[in-house]
Design a protein around this ligand. Structure first.
Ligand code: GLA
Length: 449
């Protein structure tokens, strides 16, 4: 029986933070850390998955609308979100999957393990149902170098339908809101469009992805603040509040962010905004427009191989996220400071903030020194020893998500997955839903991934 492996990478955003939901570009890399689903296709339209990690309990659900939310914080919600998104897109999910989820994207670290799980689930379900994934990248992007192939040449069945990577990225960005916060779409697009050795300029409305080659010898050190960036409760509310403030600021200024960032000098824009916005709103606004401008400058610096300039922009980005957007923490600030003192060209928090990770840009020969300084000055006092491989690592710009044939198993103990009721009885027992219809029952969070 064929077995498959869906692999979806996490991402590190290099610059362009809290800009995606304001319709402004971002510049992340997909990284060499991924969520994997090893699965076989089943004849019934159900999903049965388990994980070797104990706290991720095995689950099963039927792919029949409405797919209801499990309890808040339950990891199955990300898989349910993917199935729900595909069904809503009109994809007929008659066959299901059964298998194991594993991975090495640190969880709740701002590295998008949640979106990687959503994307891996979607790819597995598409594969199970003979739907091909095309490499369309929206005009801007070139090839998919380093991307895992989607189709096994041995599988000759014509796909029932195809979906493009861009379509899928947009679809999964919407779908993930079922399980998580109202993110802007960067994570799913980076996960699906990663290109080895390249950063990705991602634009929104409409979604477009353009790979930008990372110059030889640039190294990205990722360092965790050891504070979980859990987008539940406080962090989720703070994230959503920022998004609301950005919309409110825009109403005050009376123009779109894209037009504002495109104005020749930002001084005039900022002067106008200062005149009409309350101080806190003005600071949020200033972060968004200056960050929008920095993304374009950073891309230019990358294209020109100007490491120092790119680093400077990262430092400015961090200061703006700390002072104007107020999403940094003391731990993230300290990592940035240590990395810079140890010779990094630039460093900043990456992802939503409120904990999670920082990323530092270093010349190849400085990377070891920067990591050593972080180990001694940041981790040793907190951990009493060196950081583990999830706390600090050098990330490589890597290929995007895909499905390949998997080697035969050590067969997973699927007996651990709860049984489903007979098809006539619904809903599935693992749903533990508190909701009605397609609406998530509880205020959804993404505090697991
Ligand atoms: C989270 C969201 C993204 C983006 C970042 C901040 O990762 O999922 O869409 O908004 O925060 O840049």
């Amino acid at each position: 029986m064929s077995r498959w492996r869906a692999v979806a990478p996490g991402r590190v955003n290099l610059i362009g933070e809290h800009t995606d939901y304001n319709g402004l570009p971002v510049l992340p890399i997909a990284i060499d850390r991924a969520i994997r689903i090893e699965f076989r296709v089943t004849g019934d339209a159900a999903v049965r998955l388990h994980s070797p990690v104990e706290r991720f309990a095995p689950f099963a659900f039927r792919m029949r609308r409405p797919i209801e939310a499990a309890d808040r914080g339950d990891w199955s919600n990300y898989v349910r979100a993917a199935a729900r998104g595909l069904l809503e897109h009109g994809i007929d999910l008659r066959r299901g999957i059964e298998g194991t989820v594993s991975g090495d994207v640190p969880v709740a670290a701002g590295l998008s393990s949640s979106s990687a799980l959503v994307v891996a689930s979607a790819l597995a379900l598409l594969k199970a149902n003979g739907v091909g994934v095309e490499d369309g990248t929206g005009g801007g992007a070139g090839g998919g170098a380093g991307r895992a192939p989607d189709e096994d040449p041995a599988d000759k069945r014509p796909p029932a339908k195809t979906v493009s990577r861009l379509e899928l990225a947009a679809l999964m960005a919407r779908a993930e809101r079922f399980a998580g916060l109202r993110g802007g779409g960067m994570d799913q697009a980076a996960c699906l469009h990663g290109v080895e050795g390249h950063a990705l300029r991602i634009e929104f409305e409409p979604l477009r992805v353009t790979p930008v080659a990372v110059p030889e010898g640039w190294r990205w050190v990722v360092a965790s603040s050891l504070e979980r960036a859990e987008k539940s409760a406080g962090a989720r509310d703070a994230y959503n509040e920022r998004a609301r403030q950005c919309r409110e600021a825009l109403r005050g200024v009376g123009s779109g962010y894209r037009d504002l960032v495109a104005e020749p000098g930002l001084d005039g824009v900022l002067r106008r905004a200062r005149g009409v916005l309350a101080p806190a709103l003005f600071r949020r606004f200033r972060h968004v427009v200056t960050e929008g401008r920095r993304v374009a400058l950073a891309e230019e610096a990358m294209l020109n191989g100007e490491l120092g300039r790119f680093g400077e922009l990262m430092v400015q980005s961090h200061a703006s996220l700390r002072d104007d957007y107020e999403v940094s923490t003391a731990g993230l600030d300290e990592i940035v400071e240590i990395a810079l003192e140890a010779g990094a060209a630039g460093a900043r928090l990456t992802g939503a903030g409120f904990g999670g990770c920082a990323v530092a840009l270093c010349e190849e020969r400085a990377a070891a020194t920067v990591m050593e300084a972080l180990a001694t000055r940041f981790y040793a006092p907190r951990l009493g020893g060196p950081p583990g491989r999830d706390a600090m690592f050098a990330a490589k710009a890597s290929g995007g998500a895909g499905v390949t044939a998997a080697p035969p198993p050590p067969s997973p103990p699927l007996s651990a997955v709860p049984a489903l009721p007979s098809p006539s009885t619904a809903p599935a027992p693992a749903a533990r839903s508190r909701g009605t219809g397609n609406r998530p029952a509880t205020d959804p969070t993404r505090d697991w991934f």
